[in-house]
Design a protein around this ligand. Sequence first.
Ligand SMILES: [Zn+2]
Length: 153
Amino acid sequence: MSKKCIFCQIVKGETKAWKIYEDDLCVAFLDVFPVTEGHVIIATREHVEDVFSLKEEKTYMHLMKVARKVALAMKQHLGAEFVNIMTASGVIKHAFIHVVPRYDYDLMEAVPDMENKRAVDEDTMADLAKKLKLSGTKGGKKVAESRSERPTG
Ligand SMILES: [Zn+2]
């Protein structure tokens, strides 16, 4: 675990985030600088440099399973026409995947422009988080049943 790792801080609840899902292995939350509205990050609880460094394959498989749930929610609740699921190596050295809802199918590139990130206002983030909220199980208990309006720790 790294003290300066922002994703570890979010996973542990030390930094607020617009969480939409969590369970024993991962936490999903809205990217604060989304490439499209509703862009979600799914980060593992385990701190390793990237998804390919995860100790167990099942953790990697689990991320993909959660990504599918998130993608289906994006299609159903945000009207996404397609969803990109990808890994990217960037400044944050932590195992995570991007789930990016895509709109306006005719106008889109196959892969979103990851350099074109911009902050979205709080009300929009609250609305997106509410629409995407999924329930998971953590330590045998159901979490995220209530739809929070503000970032939670
Ligand atoms: Zn980390």
